[in-house]
Every structure is written in C-alpha cells, then in structure tokens.
Design a protein around this ligand. Sequence first.
Ligand code: PMV
Length: 325
Amino acid sequence: MGTPAQDTQHQHTTLQGDVVTASAPAKVILCGEHAVVYGRPAIAVPVHGIRAQATFTAGSEPGVRVHLPDIDQTWVWPPGPPDHPLVAILEHFAQQGGRPLQGTLQVRSTIPIAAGLGSSAAVAVAVVRVLARALNLSLTPAQVSAIAYKAETITHGTPSGVDNTVIAYEQPVWFVRGGPPEPFSIDRPFTLIIAHSGIQASTREVVAGVRARWQEDRSRYEAIFDAIADLVHRVRDALERGAIEAAGRLMTENHRQLQALGVSIPRLDAMVQAALAAGAWGAKLAGAGCGGNIVILTPKERVQPITVAVRRAGARDIWVTTVET
Ligand code: PMV
C-alpha cells in the first residue's frame, strides 16, 4: 500500500474538514453472460450514473460506528457482526498498522440490489476508498479491487472477481473465468441505457436451467457458447477501434444467442425490439436474463425517444450512462 505514483483513486473521494466521502459505480455485463460460465469471455462496463457512497467522519471515541440507513442497520466495530463484508474491510485496514480508525462510517447506495448491477461490490469499493483516504493511504485500482474482493467472497462465496475489478478500475473489463480480469481501453466514449424489466429472476436458477439444457444437448449449447465467444471478441475489437455502431449490431446478435439459450422472456424481447425500432445501435438482455435488465447501445441524440419506447414496452427503472475512454 501507499504507492501514490499510480494512484487514481483519490479522484473518487472528497475531503472536507474531518469528513471524507467516496463513491463507486454500478456495473453491467455488456456481452458474454452465460457463455462465461463455460469458459468463454465476457465484457463488463461501469455504470457511473448509479453509485454507492461512503462517508467517514473522524471521531474521538475508539472504534467505528457503522450506519447503513438503506437497510436500517447500525453497529459498532470492533467487533461488528460476524461474517459481515464491511467488517472484513475494516479489519484489513486495522491490520495495516498505522493510524487507528476512529469515527463514523455511513454507506448509502442508489444501486438496486439483486439486479445484476454489482451493488455489493460497489459498496465494498466505496468503503475501501473512503477508509484509505481517511487513513491517508494512496491505493492503486488493483489494490482497491483486491481488498473489495475479500468483502465479495463473504457476500457471494467464490465470485468471479469481475464486479470488483470493473468497479475499482471504472473501466471496461475483459473477463475469462479462472484468469485475472483485464481492464482495457476504448477508442471512443459510448452511451448506454440500462432498463429494468421490473421482473425479478434468480441468477442461480437461470444458470441452473441453462446447465440442465446443456446436459441434455451439449453439442448444441457448446456451439451457441462458441458463437457468443466469437461475438464478444468482435465487440472488444469494435470498441477498441471506436466502431460503436458495429459493437451495437454485435450486441443485438448476442441477444439472439441468449434467446437460443432460453434465457430471454417476452418482456425483455419487447424492450429490445422497442429500443431498436427507436434508433438504438444495439440492444440485448444483460446478466442472467428471465427478468432483470436489458442494455442498449445508443447514439446520444436517441436517448430520449428510446427511453420512452422501452418504458412503453414494459421497462420500469431506466438509467443512462456514458462509458468514457
Ligand atoms: O446478473 P449478473 O450480472 O450477476 O450476471 C450473471 C452472469 C451469468 O453469466 C449469467 C452468471 C455468472 O456467474 O457469470
């Protein structure tokens, strides 16, 4: 820790007197979901418009009073509740030695939970950033990501690590299971609309459904996963070249493959169709499917009509974000 040279994390924090605030974005899978479970690549990107925010106010009493108003929780560390992801982060910093942590930590988030938007990883990254700043430690994105991953293992068991990586780097990430997530650069910024269907689906169940069908007919499903992998490679190539329209067409093609996997539903198909008819470059379901979100790649000037159209097609919550170079 403490390598100020490569630090980019302080830009996400502010310091006013004894009060430090930090935030971290949501994330969405741009392409490659499901196939990624079978060893193919996926791309995830940050969603800057919805964020988790952490505030640390230095105090004179020993320990940290943790206040989570969104879920109506307050506790004091140490010890804090057993097996709590934020306790893992507090303990990480306590073990670094140096100045003791004393004060109040408040965390709020506008990221919907269980929507495939990385809410737990965003909370973890915001807390890592705020505590590092409060202790005057400069962390690289890789260090922030690694500490947040400790918290993620408590929340999710053995997560892939893609959420904490994309959120800590605030950059598109290329991900293959078992390998280190790889942040990559894009040539031109692009605008995404994320629209929630209002239908909740369990990722675990949807993934299990795909597995059952794969077991019935492996060659058919392996061929679909290969086709998705090919699309994901081409999306990365298009983004790196700034060929945003081409990336959009590939995403729409990815939606067709997800339909073939049996993870779309009429509401998601209707939202995708509505977005395309209203001028989107591409649209697909995002994450597990059978509910949840779609992600739309759009020219900036089409955001308004597309938003209206997908709402008519059944979307509930809608977020707009720009992925920067
Ligand atoms: O909905 P999310 O963002 O949690 O993504 C689920 C992605 C899957 O590929 C369907 C499952 C997985 O573990 O990668």
